[in-house]
Design a protein around this ligand. Structure first.
Ligand SMILES: C[S@@+](CC[C@H](N)C(=O)[O-])C[C@H]1O[C@@H](n2cnc3c(N)ncnc32)[C@H](O)[C@@H]1O
Length: 260
């Protein structure tokens, strides 16, 4: 190797090292920023106010094609696991304006849909007003009680707003207790950026579809029966649609506790 080749090889090595250090620093800066937003949401903001503002601003469109594809994939997979006959009683957590609620209504005996935002609840109620089997209630899934037992519980795109392992396991425990003996839990959740999912804080702030699905799967009360990405490749579709994980769990017959 000549002198100029040696020089080129070491220059490339230095550039790679600098790039890795800058990337590491950037990711840590983003992680700290994310943790600050978690702390703000957990301790210093009122979630009802936050989600009321989002609903009133019409920021989310659940009738867009990619959201409808996600809804359809969920319905297809539940049909694989539960058949196409009536699915019984369903509880939908975080129904927003009721787009998915309407899908469920034609497949279930009764749908109890709930959301923390009264504006979202009013819109869901209006959308489903012709359907006597749909009930919509304003409640905070972390604080309020789920009355009754359900054959199906849907927690779709709501768990990334539960901040902290203690709260996530608390909600997981409430959900399992509200499931019938052979009930089915359906989760969909955005995967979020790698720097969040792989963050050093992930065991005490579980965030992102992959981490949340794993945490629920590790609970003895639940058995993971299905897992996929949406879209299939598991990659974000541009800046406006984050890749999701779709997961389904059956309640373990022996019951089992939550809290590992
Ligand atoms: C991202 S939207 C998901 C809509 C729908 N589930 C779907 O997947 O198409 C999340 C919804 O959850 C509601 N939400 C967030 N935190 C909540 C809580 N603690 N209790 C009840 N609803 C909540 C929000 O108001 C919002 O309407």
């Amino acid at each position: 190797m000549g002198w100029d080749q040696d020089f080129k090889a070491s220059a490339e090595g230095i550039v790679d090292t600098v790039r890795a250090v800058v990337q590491g620093l950037t990711n840590n800066y983003r992680r700290v920023r994310y943790l600050a937003s978690v702390a703000r949401s957990r301790w210093f903001t009122d979630p009802q106010d936050t989600f009321e503002q989002i609903s009133l601003s019409r920021a989310w469109d659940y009738e867009s094609e990619l959201e409808r594809q996600r809804h359809r994939r969920v319905l297809e997979e539940v049909a694989c696991l539960r058949g196409t006959a009536n699915w019984g009683n369903a509880l939908e957590l975080g129904c927003h304006d009721g787009v998915f609620t309407l899908d469920l209504a034609s497949r279930c005996t009764h749908v109890m849909a709930c959301d923390i935002s009264s504006d979202a609840c009013a819109r869901a109620r209006l959308r489903c007003s012709a359907l006597s089997q749909v009930e919509v209630a304003r409640l905070n899934v972390e604080i309020d009680t789920f009355h009754g037992k359900y054959d199906l519980i849907f927690a779709m795109d709501i768990l990334n707003y539960v901040y902290g392992r203690d709260r996530m396991l608390g909600l997981c425990s409430k959900i399992s207790a509200a499931l019938e003996r052979d009930g089915l839990l359906v989760i969909t959740e955005c995967r979020l950026a790698h720097y969040i999912q792989d963050g050093w804080f992930r065991s005490w702030v579980p965030a992102g579809g992959d981490i949340i699905v794993d945490l629920f799967a590790s609970q003895p009360a639940l058995r993971l029966v299905h897992r996929e990405f949406h879209p299939d490749a598991g990659q974000d579709v541009g800046p406006h649609y984050m890749a999701h994980v779709i997961a389904m769990y059956e309640k373990n017959e022996e019951g089992g506790t939550i809290g590992r």
